[in-house]
Design a protein around this ligand. Sequence first.
Ligand SMILES: NC(=O)c1ccc[n+]([C@@H]2O[C@H](COP(=O)([O-])OP(=O)(O)OC[C@H]3O[C@@H](n4cnc5c(N)ncnc54)[C@H](OP(=O)(O)O)[C@@H]3O)[C@@H](O)[C@H]2O)c1
Length: 254
Amino acid sequence: MPRVLVTGAAQGLGAEISRELVALGYEVVVHGRDAARAEVALAAAPGALAAVTGRLDSLASTRLLAEDAKGRGPYDVVVHNAALGPEQDRPIATEDGLERMLQVNVVAPYLLSALLPVPRRIVVIGSDAAAGGRPTVDLEPPRPWDGNRVYADSKLLVTMLAFELAARHTDRQINVVHPGWVRTRMGGPLAALPVQDGADTPVWMVTSDEAIARRGGQYVHRRRAEPAPPAAHDAALRAALVERLAAVTGEHLH
Ligand SMILES: NC(=O)c1ccc[n+]([C@@H]2O[C@H](COP(=O)([O-])OP(=O)(O)OC[C@H]3O[C@@H](n4cnc5c(N)ncnc54)[C@H](OP(=O)(O)O)[C@@H]3O)[C@@H](O)[C@H]2O)c1
């Protein structure tokens, strides 16, 4: 069966996506930030093939994660799910001098994408918040702080990254999924959707043979392609982002 890597699988959408993929017979490698969270991820997806560990708010730790993950690969599909939400109430500098939310949500998926072989499919869990994002390449702690703005920025930037990968690898299926407003730690208890509904389109984009899942460079919600933020289609903006991410990480994108 195809092998899938799911980041941020200890809770929320990542745990549900992993659980469902295992149930469908996929070989699933789950990810947690450390050994304890990796154990939680394994317990959440009984039958998962393995767990890999690494913090996404550290370039060094993300590199170790990539090594760990390579040892469990190669992957047919990578699901970039892990992220920090807008509840962060102030800018936080990581050990790499980057803004933490931007590092976890944008720099880490870039670094993993640069260090792992390009899989047949990539599903990036985006958000409709991206529509309000700014295509800034300033990854240092911004001030004054607005967690919602920075979250929106991060989701726009990771959408641009996915569209750049899709443009470079037209033979692969590299897409962004907006899961809806989902009852997870990030979505909160008042969110509209149970986690199973939020996982529906991501799981479908991993598994489906329908035409939409066999294309790349799409922003998908409820199993349908919707208009992506204009910046995702702007090759010059994407190039500026990738150049900045390469400078920050020291790694070039395939
Ligand atoms: N929930 C929604 O309504 C909603 C809406 C739109 C988009 N999304 C997107 O859906 C995805 C999943 O979100 P969710 O709602 O499931 O959120 P969640 O319940 O907060 O889960 C986030 C996951 O990311 C992991 N993570 C965060 N920081 C990390 C770090 N520094 N290193 C390693 N792992 C880290 C967490 O690990 P720990 O468990 O160890 O903390 C957790 O597994 C995200 O990309 C989010 O932006 C969610």
